[in-house]
Design a protein around this ligand. Structure first.
Ligand code: HEC
Length: 288
């Protein structure tokens, strides 16, 4: 009798797992959220960040202080300075929001990582650079191999010679990591959702590649009233250009929103944060 019971419940478990494992989104109402304010960065590539004569934080950063440790609470004020052209923005866009507060949630189920982002649509006013997409949201993850990524998040991919930057000479040059190498593990994993319904699974190493990854299962988004809700389902395991995620580990994490039909550098970005799977971090994805 005992044995039969065990077998029956094991079978039930197997069936539940088999049927729901791929797309069993967590109950988001039970997942704690973290508010992260993404802000308009103006023209602040790593070259500017590291030049002590221009950026007040260059010395602190070189000594090991993170961008977020100095700037987390003032992200909205920073965005306002740059979006209005008061600082490091030669072409301010009238009406554009300086910052967007975003609620970020994460969970996993042993097979997949689930991410959820929600925010209120701010006012806009830009010319439509990307006609097809009102909004795009990209996430980058890094496995502690790119120098300083633990301090600066996605900023290591931001350079003055990348396309749409005022100093750019080549309009094909995308973001890249200095000495980046896919084979050497020095890359950022990149996933993106776009409001016209596309999803991308790529990476940034010596250059940016938007597709070809094997980890992203689903990227979905919709606007309910004035609130956007975007969710990603990503396998913990992955292929080339996908970081293999494991419980107990902590990764560097950043994200960007291209609001109001923008493209290139005209996005709102987060500072660098950490994402832990069942581990203490700025955002913890706990097992559901
Ligand atoms: C040790 C503290 C510190 C660190 C670390 C630091 N900064 Fe700064 N940052 C400053 C100070 C100070 C200013 C100048 C603020 C002012 O002029 O009012 C500044 C200015 C800026 C500005 C211009 C907007 C503004 O508010 O003046 C940007 C953008 C910026 N930092 C981004 C970053 C990024 C990105 C990183 C990490 C790669 C970083 N900072 C690391 C202290 C820091």
């Amino acid at each position: 009798m005992q044995k039969q019971l065990i077998t029956a419940s094991a079978l039930g478990l197997l069936m539940a797992f088999g049927a729901g494992s791929a797309l069993a989104a967590p109950d988001w109402s039970k997942v704690p959220g973290k508010k992260i304010t993404v802000f308009y960065p103006g023209v602040s590539p790593m070259e500017w960040i590291l030049k002590g004569t221009e950026h007040g934080g260059a010395r602190g950063l070189k000594k090991g202080e993170s961008c977020a440790s100095c700037h987390d609470e003032e992200a909205a004020d920073m965005g306002k300075k740059m979006v209005t052209g008061q600082k490091i923005e030669p072409n301010p866009i009238k009406g554009k929001a300086g910052s967007i507060p975003v609620n970020v949630q994460a969970a996993h189920d042993g097979a997949n990582l689930y991410l959820r982002f929600s925010w209120k649509q701010p006012a806009g006013g830009a010319e439509k650079m990307d006609k097809d997409n009102q909004v795009k949201l990209a996430v980058m993850l890094e496995d502690n191999k790119v120098e300083r990524a633990n301090l600066s998040g996605c900023w290591e991919t931001c350079h003055g010679d990348a396309r749409t930057m005022p100093e750019a000479k080549d309009d094909k040059k995308t973001k890249y990591v200095k000495d980046g190498s896919l084979a050497g593990g020095k890359f950022y994993d990149l996933i993106q959702w776009t409001s016209k319904g596309a999803k991308h699974d790529g990476y940034v190493a010596d250059k940016r590649v938007m597709d070809g990854g094997k980890a992203l299962i689903e990227a979905k988004g919709e606007k309910k009233g004035d609130e956007w809700v975007v969710t990603f389902t990503r396998k913990l395991a992955g292929g080339e250009g996908d970081i293999a995620l494991a419980p107990g580990k902590v990764y560097n994490f950043g994200f960007a929103i291209h609001d109001d039909h923008t493209h290139g550098r005209f996005h709102h970005v987060s500072l660098g944060y950490t994402l832990g799977l069942d581990a203490k971090a700025d955002i913890t994805a706990a097992k559901q």
